[in-house]
Design a binder for this molecule. Structure first.
Ligand code: UD1
Length: 375
């Protein structure tokens, strides 16, 4: 079976790594040939190549080099370039991940050519259609013939939209990646010493969502809260390039608020694991925080990962500086002595590969009703 995998943005490199590995490890008779296509959505070394190096990803057979542009232009350019590659490769299936513009372009390009689409991380919903990612997810799910849902809630979301055929509850590939790489990440713990940090005595923050970076008032509120926290303990903020551009006009951060370059996957895992609490607007980091038993304050008004909210391990503070401060202080108090467990693989990647192997070649039209395989 020839599978064309379309990836392009940082979280997709992480999500695809366990699946690519499982495809390579599949028995010879299953004969998977994976054609890796990088759209080029992320292109800086620290946003792309470093992930390929650390995660052991193959060199992409194609790099479309699309780069940054408005959403419409970026998606359109990807669609045109993918169309050519898919025509020449003629894969049996296109595998897409998550909710970025690369996901949407992969889904559209394949469906225009009647190539079946398989979506990893299907069924996530924020119910906020102003988020570009929400539209990408909805369209990708409705185009896909195989839908790999990470959670029961995701399966329910799909069912609520009338999608039941081809849905597989497989668990989370990001959990697979985390379980696999945490031990290696610990070899990077010199990073704490390099940054002059002590385990569980600093706060880790990340901000990159358009709803925060592109609304000056929201970004200013977040910076105000981070500045206030940084007067009590170090706050480390690896800054996404999009955010850096928007921050240039902002008030000067206090000395305890330390802006650093984007980190590699292993470096980020190390800083997450040892943080006292995490403040983030990233979906992936909310989940990683929960798996690592690190309390999280989410800088958004809603989350696709409602499971993380149980017992206040994660709380939604939006971009309200008072709420960010209150929730951060409460989390520091409540969880300060809580022990942290190790993370086990969800074996989602293996389940995905098994489902791909068992799929009817016409699954785009006749997806099996298969909800139930559970991690
Ligand atoms: C994208 C995804 C988002 C995901 C995030 C992970 C969409 C709609 N959004 O957001 O879901 O959580 O990736 O990081 O697809 N830039 C660089 N160098 C790079 C890449 C980007 O400088 O290597 C800058 C450019 O100014 C660019 C901006 O970041 O315009 C935004 O990049 P883009 O890929 O459009 O979206 P992200 O914010 O990264």
């Amino acid at each position: 079976m020839k599978i064309a995998t379309v990836i392009g943005a940082r979280p997709q490199f992480i999500k695809s790594a366990p699946v690519s590995r499982a495809l390579r490890a599949a028995k010879a008779e299953e004969k998977f040939d994976e054609v890796l296509i990088h759209t080029g959505q992320h292109y800086d070394h620290e946003m792309s190549q470093v992930f390929f190096d650390e995660l052991g990803l193959a060199v992409p057979r194609y790099n479309l080099g699309i780069g940054s542009a408005s959403h419409g232009q970026q998606t359109g350019q990807m669609l045109a370039a993918l169309d050519k590659v898919l025509v020449s490769e003629s894969p049996d299936c296109v595998l897409i991940y998550g909710d970025t513009n690369s996901t949407l372009a992969g889904a559209l390009a394949a469906s225009k050519l009647n190539i079946p689409v398989a979506h990893v991380e299907a069924g996530l919903r924020s119910f906020n259609r102003r988020m570009p990612e929400e539209i990408n997810r909805i369209v990708a799910d409705h185009i896909s013939g195989l839908l790999f849902a990470p959670t029961h809630a995701a399966v329910k979301n799909l069912r609520d939209e009338g999608i039941t055929n081809g849905v597989h509850l497989v668990g989370d590939v990001m959990q697979d990646a985390l379980a696999e790489h945490m031990v290696v990440a610990e070899t990077k713990s010199h990073l704490l010493a390099d940054l002059g940090l002590t385990s569980r005595k600093y706060i880790l923050a990340t901000v990159h969502r358009a709803e925060n970076t592109d609304v000056p008032e929201r970004l200013a509120n977040i910076v105000t809260a981070l500045n206030a926290l940084a007067r009590e303990c170090p706050v480390i903020w690896p800054v996404h390039p999009r955010t850096l551009k928007c921050l240039r006009e902002m008030e000067k951060p206090s000395p305890g608020l330390r802006l650093i370059s984007p980190l590699s996957y292993l470096e980020m895992l190390t800083l997450e694991r040892h943080a006292e609490i995490i403040l983030t607007d990233s979906g992936g980091i909310q989940k990683e925080a929960r798996w690592l038993d690190v309390p999280c304050v989410t800088l958004r008004d809603e989350t696709e990962w409602k499971e993380t909210l149980k017992d206040e391990w994660n709380r939604l503070a939006g971009a309200d500086s008072e709420m960010i401060l209150e929730f951060s202080k409460a989390a520091r108090r409540k969880f300060q002595d809580h022990s942290r467990s190790s993370v086990k693989s969800a074996h989602a990647a293996e389940l995905i590969v098994r489902a791909l192997h068992g799929a009817d070649p016409t699954f785009q039209l006749y997806g099996e009703d298969s909800v139930g395989a559970s991690a």
